[in-house]
Design a protein around this ligand. Structure first.
Ligand code: CA
Ligand code: CA
Length: 299
């Protein structure tokens, strides 16, 4: 590996070390990263057993890389390299961790399962979840890209099959800071040997009082181009704060697209141009969503 790439890895690690979950926080050794360093027995960070299976997580602190190993009756039957792995959910504090204990059958196919999280080492991004079946053989039966945030497996409809609750991060940094960016909640269900968006399970009743108050109390300010705030969509005539498209997204993702577009029609200042441009930009960004195929069917 070139020294440039090594430096980049180091920079990424240092930049992010402040946001590492407590379970990953460890001191950087001198000379880090030594990417040529092989994995040692002492690099074993976690080991859990289920029946004949042993799940091991190794973390080589000299290189910064990790390895997930699955052993059956003492023989290695699966391994995968990555940046930081964790058995179960990435965050220990989430109560749902007990639902994905090694061996729990989370997709109700009669075979025990294993959930492993991976953090890829970016500023906010990315967290992935792997679901493996621990039947006669180890088989990956699910992979979820949770992007900028973590998620949780929950049985939202009490049918014994766990769904995944996460967020759509398509609007991260869109005319807003990361902290100010809306990320609507999504629910993925286990279907056709993988996890797919389920708009049906995401549907929620409309909070009519909140909706009416939002329409009544939200005023889009008319501003000139030199006063453009850093946060918000603006055409120099009118400024739309992230709270507006955040609520529009919540409405669309919970089954109320019509109300989302009525909202913007209602609060847009009369006689001011730009609403169509805003909607074009909004929909253009929304079309970047990994769930666009489903979302566009309800717009
Ligand atoms: Ca299973
Ligand atoms: Ca379920």
């Amino acid at each position: 590996m070139s020294s440039k790439i090594k430096l980049l890895l180091l920079a990424v690690f240092i930049t992010q070390s402040g946001i590492l979950p407590v379970c990953f926080a460890q001191e950087l050794p001198e000379g880090f990263p030594d990417v040529s360093s092989p994995m040692k027995a002492s690099d074993l960070q976690d080991e859990q057993t289920f029946g004949d299976y042993k799940i091991q997580i190794y973390r080589n602190m000299r290189s910064g890389f990790s390895e997930l190993r699955v052993l059956k009756k003492g023989l290695e039957v699966f391994s995968q390299g990555g940046f930081v792995f964790k058995i179960g959910l990435i965050n220990d504090d989430i109560p749902g961790n007990k639902l994905v204990k090694v061996g729990n059958d989370i997709n109700k196919d009669g075979q025990p399962d294993l959930v492993v999280s991976e953090w890829s080492g970016g500023a906010h991004c990315c967290i992935d979840y792997y679901v493996f079946s621990l039947g006669d053989q180890v088989k990956q039966v699910g992979f979820i890209e949770s992007k900028d945030g973590d998620g949780e497996f929950v049985d939202v409809d009490n049918d014994g099959i766990l769904e995944f609750i996460g967020n759509d991060w398509t609007f991260a940094y869109w005319n807003a800071s990361f902290a100010g960016s809306p990320a609507p909640q999504v629910i993925l269900e286990y279907k056709n040997a993988g996890y797919q968006l389920t708009l049906k399970k995401m549907r929620k009743p409309l909070d009519e009082i909140y909706y009416k108050n939002f329409l009544k109390n939200t005023t889009l300010s008319k501003i000139n181009a030199t006063m453009n705030a850093k946060s918000g969509w603006s055409n120099g005539e009118v400024s739309v704060p992230p709270e507006v498209w955040g609520y529009m997204l919540d409405l669309i993702y919970s089954g109320h697209s019509q109300e989302a577009f009525t909202l913007i029609d209602t609060i847009w200042p009369k006689g001011v141009k730009g609403k169509e441009d805003f909607l074009k930009d909004f929909k253009g960004q929304l079309s970047q969503s990994p769930f666009w195929k489903d979302i566009k069917s309800v717009l």
